[in-house]
Design a binder for this molecule. Structure first.
Ligand SMILES: Cc1cc2nc3c(=O)[nH]c(=O)nc-3n(C[C@H](O)[C@H](O)[C@H](O)COP(=O)(O)OP(=O)(O)OC[C@H]3O[C@@H](n4cnc5c(N)ncnc54)[C@H](O)[C@@H]3O)c2cc1C
Length: 476
């Protein structure tokens, strides 16, 4: 089968046709605002909306380098998920009280997203049908046991439920699945339609949005100053919602790294999907590090993606994060392995994007500089569609100087750890990623990974302590 055109993002094409929205020309001259948000993805847009809710009189400016939703937010897999599937890890890191609060808030963010779309008439094709979190190798069976046990311990029994392999195959048609669980609170969306809908509501609430306005310089003083090529914003507070681009900030260059993720999309095949039995609207994915994620679109296509792609050296988001034909071939081959019955089905689109991967795989928020005027959050690590609605409550309230459980919690102490310095990070990253690929491939063939491969793959969790580069954390 021939390769689809690589680059055009189906979600964005559809959303811009259905909801082009008002034009937001680039910033020129000097403007003043109470809060300037840099980045118009989900995090920046939700933060703008949080501020308009908490302080309707506050003046808010939002800048985006390209257009709202043109980053990860308009090109992701549309999985809206909570952290119940990592509750055991949250418990180990933060203890029962914080872990449960964080997981509950991440789930409440999905409820909020659903209610907001209803209230504001944003039709982002939302389906609240849960996610099927499956194993494709015997070695991956039982990954869900820890989260299920943790959920029982803290009184959240049933949020993750193991399913029989026969049921999983009947509900999806994929012979690649050998076991799995249902995570009940997940939702599927068309992400770019959500991004453009949030933009519409933000504009209606008086947020001044300037697109095509990349921040060129950031003054971390009081006021904070954001400079673009043709203008500047002087603001009481700046909020950085930069996703993977946060890796270019000097304070965060070792706390987050851009990592590629690619998606292929089939032609519309509703009858074939019905034959598979995948008619319940569930998200479908696996437990691998080089994770696969899929959903069925409203017009009966399958969007099938794979994460854990190429690292951006020195914190750069590279053109190959958007368009990488070799990676597309790999994702397409994986799709056919998951659904051999669809070998003849054409792929119409393929695209990629950059994920902001951080040690600990959870987002974190903090403050840059010495004046407490610049706030940021990043590090969603490929799970930010739902959690960005939660983190926006943290950022919006911090920017307004409020103090509550949102503004001060386990995620608001800056980076939890640091990655090795360059060029070790990029070179080592290639070796470790290849080891993960080989190990997970061997496991899917029913083989044990070699000793060296097994040891190298564990380095994916390697971080260096804060003390190694004190300059970074002192200026958090
Ligand atoms: C291919 C792919 C698949 C994914 N799948 C999922 C999924 O299924 N589920 C899930 O939960 N998460 C997924 N993610 C992650 C998820 O999309 C994000 O975590 C989430 O959308 C939050 O994004 P954000 O707002 O932090 O960043 P972004 O959406 O990337 O927004 C950052 C914005 O900052 C702007 N910007 C960058 N530099 C500057 C500058 N100098 N000046 C001004 N603006 C600037 C960019 O233009 C961009 O619009 C995926 C990501 C990718 C790439």
């Amino acid at each position: 089968m021939s390769r689809p055109p690589v680059g055009p993002v189906f979600w964005l094409e559809q959303a811009l046709a259905e909801e082009p929205g008002a034009a937001c020309p680039p910033l020129t001259g000097t403007v003043r605002a109470d809060v300037c948000i840099v980045g118009g993805g989900f995090l920046g847009l939700w933060t703008a909306l949080e501020i308009t809710e908490q302080a309707p009189d506050a003046s808010v400016v939002l800048l985006d380098a390209e257009g709202c939703g043109f980053g990860a937010s308009g090109r992701n897999g549309g999985w809206v998920t909570s952290w119940y599937d990592e509750l055991d890890a949250l418990l180990a890191r933060f203890g029962p009280e914080q872990a449960t609060w964080l997981a509950d808030q991440s789930s409440a963010a999905i409820d909020r997203l659903e209610a907001f779309c209803e209230q504001e008439e944003i039709d982002c094709h939302l389906r609240r049908s849960g996610s099927l979190w499956t194993a494709t190798a015997p070695a991956h069976l039982g990954v869900w046991d820890g989260p299920m046990r943790a959920a029982r311990t803290v009184g959240r029994e049933g949020v993750v439920q193991e399913l029989d392999v026969a049921e999983l195959r009947a509900r999806t048609g994929s012979p690649a699945i050998v076991g799995g669980a249902l995570v009940r609170d997940s939702a599927a969306i068309q992400p770019a339609l959500l991004a453009r809908g949030l933009r519409r509501v933000a504009l209606r609430r008086g947020v001044r949005i300037f697109e095509g306005s990349p921040m060129r310089a950031l003054g971390r003083g009081a006021p904070a100053v954001v400079t673009t090529s043709a203008g500047r914003v002087e603001a009481g507070r700046v909020v950085l919602a930069l996703g993977a681009w946060a890796a270019r900030l000097r304070e965060l260059r070792r706390a987050v790294v851009p990592v590629g993720s690619h998606i292929v999309l089939t032609e519309p095949i509703p009858e074939r999907i019905a034959e598979l039995g995948w008619t319940g609207g569930e998200l479908l994915g696996d437990t691998r590090l080089l994770v696969h994620y899929a959903q069925v679109t409203r017009d009966g296509r399958i969007a099938f993606g794979r994460g854990g792609g190429a690292i951006g050296p020195f914190g750069h988001v590279r053109p190959s994060h958007y368009v990488d034909p070799a990676t597309v071939d790999v994702v397409a081959a994986d799709f056919r392995r998951w659904f051999p019955q669809l070998a003849d089905v054409g792929l119409t689109h393929a695209w990629g994007g950059a994920v902001d991967r951080a040690p600990g795989h959870l987002p974190f928020a903090g403050t840059l500089g010495d004046h407490e005027t610049v706030h940021y959050a990043t590090g969603f690590s490929g799970n930010g569609v739902g959690p960005s609605a939660f983190l926006s409550r943290i950022l919006g309230r911090r920017a307004l100087g409020l103090r509550d459980a949102f503004t001060d919690n386990a995620l608001t102490h800056g980076p939890p750890g640091y990655l090795p310095p360059e060029p070790v990070r990029s070179l080592g990253g290639v070796v470790v990623r290849d080891a993960v690929r080989r190990a997970e491939g061997a496991e899917e063939r029913g083989e044990a990974p070699g000793r060296v491969t097994g040891a190298l793959r564990k380095l994916v969790w390697f971080t260096t302590p804060r003390a190694v580069e004190p300059r970074l954390w002192r200026r958090r």
